[in-house]
Write a protein that binds this ligand. Structure first.
Ligand code: NAP
Length: 110
C-alpha cells in the first residue's frame, strides 16, 4: 500500500505508472487547493492530515507501507511533515526532487 503526496504532474505520472501493477495499491493525496483537479489515475483523498502527527496517524490507520513525497518544491511544509511522519512510524519514504537549474552557455538569467 503506497501513499503518494501529490499536487504535481510528476505525482500524477508516477501514480499512472504504479497503477498498472497488480501488487501495489496506490492512493494519491491532494491538498484540495484545486477545485476540479484532473483525473489522477488512482484513488484520491483530499485535504490536509493535520500536521505530521495527523499524517503519521493516517499512515498507521491505512496500513500504508511506503510514503512517496512527490509534492511541489515550494510546498515545504508537507515535505517536512512527510519526513517527520515517516520517521515517527518507521516507514520508508521516497522523495522525488526536481533537479535545480544549472547555468548553461547562452542563458540570460535575471
Ligand atoms: N507551492 C507551490 O508553488 C505549488 C505549486 C504546484 C502545486 N503545488 C501543490 O499544492 C499543494 C499545496 O501546496 P502548498 O505550497 O500550500 O503546500 P505546503 O505549504 O507545504 O502545505 C500546507 C499544508 O497543506 C496540506 N497539504 C499540502 N500538500 C498536501 C497533499 N499533497 N495532501 C494532503 N495535504 C497536503 C498540509 O496540511 P496538514 O498539515 O493539515 O496535513 C500542509 O501542512 C501541494 O500538494 C503541492 O504539491 C504547490
Amino acid at each position: 500500500r503506497i501513499l503518494i503526496l501529490g499536487g504535481t504532474t510528476e505525482a500524477r505520472q508516477l501514480a499512472g505508472k504504479l497503477a498498472r501493477r497488480d501488487d501495489f495499491s496506490v492512493t494519491l493525496s491532494l491538498a484540495g487547493r484545486t477545485e476540479s483537479p484532473v483525473a489522477q489515475g488512482v484513488p484520491v483523498r483530499v485535504g490536509g492530515f493535520g500536521g505530521a502527527e495527523g499524517l503519521a496517524a493516517y499512515l498507521r490507520g491505512e496500513h500504508i507501507c511506503l510514503l512517496i513525497d512527490a509534492t511541489h518544491p515550494y510546498a515545504a511544509r508537507i515535505s517536512a511533515n512527510a519526513a517527520a511522519a515517516a520517521k515517527q512510524v518507521g516507514m520508508p519514504i521516497l522523495a522525488l526532487r526536481r533537479p535545480g537549474w544549472e547555468p548553461v552557455a547562452g542563458d540570460r538569467w535575471t
